[in-house]
Design a binder for this molecule. Structure first.
Ligand code: PMV
Length: 320
């Protein structure tokens, strides 16, 4: 009764911010993301009747504070009358810092726990189960370009294009590696309740989704860049106008934006996006990846640049 799985984080191009049902974790808006390559979370799940509690180890250390969320997710994936789970997680990139580590963690947990329990779920069902724990985790079940629909009364995810269809590169400029000040679930509720821009955001999301879908279908980089940067800045405007304000950027995040603007002005096909953290993600054509990497690397305040491309969906590994 054990299994292991690997999943990669994803970066939203059309952002998800806000829930319409916190109990079922249903998003208030649809979103479109790209699944990354090379940044990985590996999860091992062993189900046992010999324990009195679940247990969690993250990167070699016991992680008591994260355990309640994992246990809740396991209840959704396996049912409340499940066995206890011994869970071991390892990520090869900074966690809880706006790098979507919850997406890769809950996607890998879902695949590993379902397999340990002997279930053979479809990717659609795995996405639904993963999305119960973290909306963005639903998208990491699939690779390439992925859409999370606002949908009906359950989470619905589908792949829009594969990583081979349009093999873009992604550079992640890490500007601070500590955990973020406030988690996205709590922050989304603050925005929903207090931001004067929140309802306009929800109302206009379908326009951005239409534009992004068309850009992906036609491989129109300029159109994808325009809608992605707009969605990112719109989401951060809602955050800034929330009470208390939610400001995830630091000075280096802004300097990275200036770096991207300078590259664009010199004709380089690149755009930026930023999630609930201070890291800037630059999406570009593969043939300019070296130029973008070097420019971000030499931007003041950048701690590290992680090179990535588009990756595949969550998958089971090994036979344990
Ligand atoms: O699903 P969560 O709780 O990890 O929230 C994701 C929120 C953003 O990363 C800011 C946007 C997104 O669509 O991934």
């Amino acid at each position: 009764m054990q299994a292991a799985a690997i999943a990669q984080p994803n970066i939203a191009l059309v952002k998800y911010w806000g829930k319409r049902d916190t109990r079922q974790n249903l998003p208030a808006v649809g979103s479109i993301s790209v699944t990354l390559h090379g940044l990985e979370t590996e999860m091992h799940v062993r189900l046992t009747t010999d324990a009195k509690n679940d247990a969690l180890t993250v990167n070699g250390k016991s992680a008591e504070t994260m355990l309640p969320r994992i246990s809740k997710a396991l209840d959704t994936i396996l049912g409340a009358d499940r066995k206890y789970a011994m869970v071991t997680s390892r990520s090869n990139f900074p966690i809880a810092a706006g790098l979507a580590s919850s997406a890769s963690a809950f996607a890998a947990l879902t695949v590993a726990a379902a397999a340990a329990n002997g279930a053979t779920h479809s990717p659609e069902l795995l996405a639904r189960l993963a999305g119960g724990a973290s909306g963005s985790a639903a998208r990491s079940i699939f690779g390439g370009f992925v859409e999370l629909k606002k949908g009906g009364d359950a989470i619905e995810v589908s792949q829009l294009a594969t990583k081979e269809d349009w093999p873009l590169a992604v550079m992640v400029a890490v500007t601070a590696s500590g955990p973020k000040s406030i988690g996205s679930t709590e922050a989304m509720e603050i925005s929903r309740k207090t931001s004067p821009f929140y309802s306009a955001w929800v109302d206009r999301q379908s326009d951005d989704l239409d534009r992004a879908r068309a850009a992906i279908r036609e491989k129109d980089f300029r159109a994808l860049a325009a809608v992605s940067e707009h969605s990112c800045l719109k989401m951060h405007s809602i955050m800034w106008a929330s009470r208390p304000p939610l400001v995830y950027w630091n000075a280096a995040t802004l300097r990275c934006m200036e770096t991207i603007r300078a590259l664009q002005a010199s004709g380089v096909a690149v755009f930026f996006t930023i999630d609930a953290g201070p890291q800037l993600k630059a999406v570009c054509d593969r043939d300019v990846a070296d130029v973008v990497y070097a420019a971000l690397q030499s931007t003041e305040g950048v701690v590290q640049v992680l090179r990535s491309g588009l990756g595949g969906g969550a998958r089971r590994i090994g036979s344990d």
